[in-house]
Design a protein around this ligand. Structure first.
Ligand code: FAD
Length: 482
């Protein structure tokens, strides 16, 4: 009868391809009319995708190529802004007095990366054993490859806020802002939130080269890998119910009533939705039901599309051709934006994450709360478009004459269009208590569930969000062995 994979986001595609290449009969069911999930039209960065998984699935033969990510430009009202390359040698000229500290920081990240990557590339430690600290200690031993000095530094900064960690190293607030922004992706944090350095280290450990052609190219390669491995791919096939009989999954029923049987079901939609909505309530033990009810997934993302009739010229650097830009001059701008999230308000100024090409620009706003007081009405949607232009205007004075807002997706729109519970892009916030052996919860972190034959593999499971492919890959490994 084979395996049913629910959800054709990038994790579902990775899992389906891996299982089929391992000899399983796999059917992949996607509710929308296209594959890719969030990766099918919203993303800016693909530099988290695991090169190991790309190699294992032989995605190069499906046309996948990697390249160095584009530098990010941070314009400023005074001065000439900052064009930040990840590579310290390329960044040095722009960074001036911060160049040496930046080289040292990148060096530290590179030394820590193998330890962090080893945690991301394997199952979360099983701490449900009789001696729960042992698995953690065993993992901790991997730290021994670091020098004593690096271990001390890791222990010192890990629990700290990213604002403190970066401000003690760098003078230029634009640099601190650029690096802080990476720490906040998928979190419910500002740069002054404790433990935001840990999420920065996690993000940095995942980042590498980006996919040529962006998320669409990655999705196309994954679909091709599924096809060549013999996966039965179905779109417009929305699962309404995972059928459970005597504590074991035995298939799914689609909207419309079609029943498909399977020995095993791997859900690559969010863990909470899987267990609280797709499974009959009385099939799930009360402990896991409680854990899922408490999972935090408060979305903060919105997107604005701009059509451009001419190039976006940044007043502080009119000659610069920019692909990626971050509009925020100081880390405290990010903190103030997060204050608005906390208080369920619209910020008065928006930090903006911009990707630009010849046709236009897409702007991600990472401080638009799903829980906005009064809700996301049409008027508030219009306000978001207007605020985007107003926030850009001090840096691109001609913006109103060259740009037209062609689309605004509020967090509520993203939630409904991409089927994201809570509007949260990673099916669960990134925070220390929702990572590793706690993602999505203590008893669900190793991709199995209390329901026999039902597994979890979306970004809501270990090792978490971003377009890495790792949760789907690890879940497929568990299924392959079961
Ligand atoms: C606006 C935005 C920007 C982002 N930017 C970046 C970025 O730049 N870089 C980055 O690395 N990450 C980014 N992310 C996060 C990243 O995209 C996600 O973490 C990741 O794509 C989630 O992948 P997934 O496969 O786990 O889930 P999803 O992509 O959510 O896929 C789940 C799939 O399941 C389908 N589905 C849901 N319910 C059912 C059902 N009942 N039956 C059948 N199918 C169903 C959905 O339609 C969807 O296709 C961004 C997210 C958002 C929202």
């Amino acid at each position: 009868m084979g395996v049913i994979v629910i959800g054709g986001g990038h994790n579902g595609l990775v899992a389906a391809a891996a299982l089929a290449r391992g000899g399983q009969a796999v059917t992949l069911l996607e509710g929308r009319d296209c594959f890719g999930g969030v990766a099918s039209g919203l993303l800016h960065d693909t530099d988290s995708f695991s090169p190991e998984i790309a190699a294992e699935l032989d995605l190069a033969s499906r046309g996948l190529e990697f390249q160095e990510p584009a530098p990010v430009f941070l314009p400023s009202r005074e001065g000439s802004g900052l064009l930040l390359h990840r590579d310290p040698r390329r960044a040095a000229k722009e960074l001036g007095e911060d160049a040496e500290a930046y080289t040292a920081w990148r060096g530290f990240l590179e030394r820590v990366r193998p330890f962090a990557a080893s945690q991301l590339n394997q199952l979360a430690p099983d701490i449900r054993t009789s001696a729960p600290l042992l698995p953690l200690l065993r993992r901790g031993l991997a730290l021994r490859r670091l020098s004593k000095q690096d271990i001390h530094e890791l222990l010192r900064i890990g629990p700290a806020c990213v604002y403190d960690t970066l401000s003690e190293r760098f003078q230029n607030p634009l640099l601190v802002t650029a690096l802080s922004a990476r720490a906040l992706s998928g979190t419910w944090m500002g740069p002054r939130s404790p433990s935001s350095t840990a999420t920065l280290l996690l993000g940095e450990a995942q980042s590498g080269q980006e996919v040529v052609g962006g998320a669409p190219a990655l999705v196309a390669a994954l679909v091709a890998a599924c096809e060549s491995a013999g996966v039965v791919l179905r779109t417009c096939a929305r699962v309404q119910r995972i059928q459970v009989n005597q504590g074991r999954a035995e298939g799914v029923t689609l909207e419309g009533g079609e029943f498909l049987s399977a020995d095993r079901v791997l859900s690559c939609v969010g863990p909470r939705r899987t267990l609280l909505e797709l499974v009959e309530p009385d099939s799930l033990p009360i402990r896991e039901a409680g854990q899922m009810a408490n999972l935090r997934l408060r979305g903060t993302l919105a997107r604005v599309c701009l059509e451009l009739s001419g190039p976006m010229v940044y007043a502080c650097r009119p000659d610069l051709q920019v692909t990626r830009a971050l509009i925020a001059e100081d880390p405290l701008d990010l903190e103030r934006a997060f204050d608005s999230v906390k208080h369920r308000r619209m910020p008065s100024e928006l930090p903006l994450d911009i990707r630009q090409d010849a046709r236009g620009a897409t702007v991600l706003i990472r401080c638009a709360t799903m829980e906005l007081k009064g809700g996301w009405t049409a008027a508030r949607r219009g306000e978001l478009g207007e605020l985007t232009l107003a926030s850009l205007e001090p840096f691109v004075p001609t913006i109103r004459s060259i740009a037209r807002v062609t689309g605004v997706l509020t967090p509520a729109d993203i939630a409904s269009r991409f089927d994201l519970e809570g509007g949260h892009e990673m099916h669960g916030e990134i925070s220390l208590d929702q990572l590793g052996p706690m993602r999505p919860s203590l008893t669900l972190s190793r991709h199995t569930t209390p329901i026999g034959g039902l597994y979890l593999g979306s970004s809501g499971t270990h090792p978490g969000g971003a377009i890495s492919g790792r949760p789907g890959w690890l879940a497929a490994g568990v299924l392959g062995r079961s």
